[in-house]
Design a protein around this ligand. Structure first.
Ligand SMILES: [Zn+2]
Length: 491
């Protein structure tokens, strides 16, 4: 699709107002065209039968215009020259209307030139599997999950192939080809009125960039047995006690903890108030950057879209800004917000390349990409051995956090009690609660690279109209001191 987008740009470039890069006359200062073609395949098997088989295709172009210091947007599913000219005119009108109430004036600095190309690293391309083969795989997973007391089995795969081409009047001409895979499976066990479920990666499954290699991975097949056995084990487990204890969180719960209590509060558009009507605000203030002791000195958090295979890796964001690894929190101190070029200008803070759109019919806004907690030095055994009485929790089951991303309460699928440095019992219905900054300041040990798990989700929601964006999170296991835990929440 490369050539026709360049031709489309050439056909609308005549609308640019030459010799008016400042835009003071109200002419068009800049035009960007972002074409997105995406194919989504969803297969879901329940109790060894195909349950959902779906293929969605999406293809269109976002037209962005800078005029009089403001951006205007108009998307088009028709890709002919006349439709795109109309879209440029609509976006221009919108920008001019917005400029009457402008607080900040943008320029070409907010739309840097990119010519970088990116492709997900893929071993077995998504196009190689037929729906029939995929259903056979999911039915096999269901069969392997089946055993006495298991009353429901499910297996799910979502495969997305995305091709993005971005061209602009100041010389951007760049491609990104993504191959995304999300997979999960679940076993539900029942005994009388007791019901317990285990999944492979908590409520959000596992998401990666790559191909079918994740389904063919022997590690996935060895996890199936564990999921099924633990669902049954939970039926006879005691409820999690209500106490204040040391708590070890494994990576598939750390993912949610990072997402909700680091990622969202550090989104710069939220801090600036843009999302207070919908996704919420943030307890973080502009003056906190460089000063706030967000967590203990063991806490190092990066924005890192450069990790191969992690779900939200890319070379440039949807404004053409080059994606680089940056520390958001270093030795516990808050350093940098998740803000793209426009938010950076508004806030007067350095940010990251994170202005992203969920599709061709949405404008880019500040999002997470891969937000990772960097590994420390402790082994999981050392963490367990250091605890006199405490709890290990894994796999998110429920979450609740306030609009400011301050007070939270999270539930997990599975927990174990630690007594005198050893795991002694399984616990069901585990939950914990806390307040973001005190919680992270209670971080006592950070697991080493061997404890790291990499996860992601396609379902991070934000923006009006809503945009579900893909994010990745990698984390080691972590030990927190003095956490309020409690049981309940399921039968
Ligand atoms: Zn989210």
């Amino acid at each position: 699709m490369a050539q026709h987008l360049r031709e489309a740009l050439a056909s609308v470039n005549s609308l640019l107002t030459l010799n008016d890069s400042s835009g003071t006359s109200g002419g068009v200062q800049w035009i960007g065209l972002r074409e997105v073609r995406e194919k989504t395949t969803i297969c879901h098997a329940r109790d060894e039968k195909p349950y959902i088989n779906e293929v969605q295709d999406s293809h269109g172009i976002m037209v962005e215009v800078l005029a009089n210091g403001q951006f205007g947007y108009a998307a088009s599913s028709s890709r002919d020259g006349a439709s795109l000219r109309r879209a440029v005119e609509r976006a221009h009108t919108q920008a001019m209307q917005a400029s009457r109430w402008a607080i900040h004036r943008f320029s070409l600095e907010q739309r840097p030139v990119t010519t970088a190309h990116y492709s997900s690293s893929v071993q077995y391309p998504l196009s190689e599997f037929s729906a029939g083969t995929l259903n056979d795989v999911l039915i096999s997973i269901c069969q392997k999950l089946q055993r006495p007391k298991i009353v429901r089995t499910e297996a799910f795969v979502q495969a997305i192939e995305t091709d993005v081409h971005f061209v602009s009047s100041n010389g951007s001409d760049a491609h990104q080809n993504f191959s995304y895979l999300t997979a999960d499976f679940e076993a539900t066990a029942s005994d009388g009125s007791l019901v317990q479920s285990r999944t492979d990666g908590g409520l959000r499954g596992r998401s990666y960039q790559g191909g079918w290699e994740f389904i063919r991975d022997p590690a996935l097949w060895s996890r199936i047995e564990r999921v099924s056995e633990q669902a049954i084990e939970l039926l006879s487990a005691e409820n999690c006690p209500s106490e204040t204890l040391p708590l070890i969180l494994l990576p598939d719960q750390m993912m949610l903890q990072i997402h909700e209590s680091i990622g969202h509060p550090l989104e710069l558009d939220r801090i600036l108030g843009d999302e207070r009507n919908y996704a919420g605000w943030s307890f973080v203030k502009l003056e906190d950057f460089g000063k706030l002791q967000y967590g203990s000195s063991l806490m190092n958090v990066t924005f890192d879209p450069t990790v191969q295979k992690e779900y939200a890796s890319y070379a440039w964001d949807d404004t053409g800004c080059s994606a680089t690894r940056e520390h958001l929190i270093e030795n516990g101190v808050l350093k940098r917000p998740l803000g793209g070029m426009e938010s950076q200008l508004r806030a007067g803070l350095a940010g990251v390349a994170n202005a992203r759109a969920s599709s061709w019919n949405r404008a880019p806004i500040d999002r997470m990409a891969n937000i990772n907690l960097e590994p420390g030095t402790s082994t999981l055994d050392e963490m367990i051995a250091s605890v006199e009485r405490g709890i290990i929790m894994e796999s998110n089951r429920s979450w609740s956090i306030d609009d400011f991303r301050n007070k939270f309460q999270f539930g997990c699928e599975y927990a174990q009690l630690i007594e005198n440095g050893k795991i002694t019992r399984t616990l069901k219905n585990p939950n914990y609660r806390g307040v973001t900054v005190p919680f992270w300041n209670n971080l006592r040990k950070v697991g080493n690279a061997e404890t790291v798990g990499t996860y992601g989700t396609p379902h991070c929601g934000k923006g009006e109209p809503n945009q579900a964006i893909r994010v990745g999170h990698a984390s080691p296991a972590c030990l927190f001191d003095g956490i309020e835990v409690f049981g309940g929440g399921a039968v």
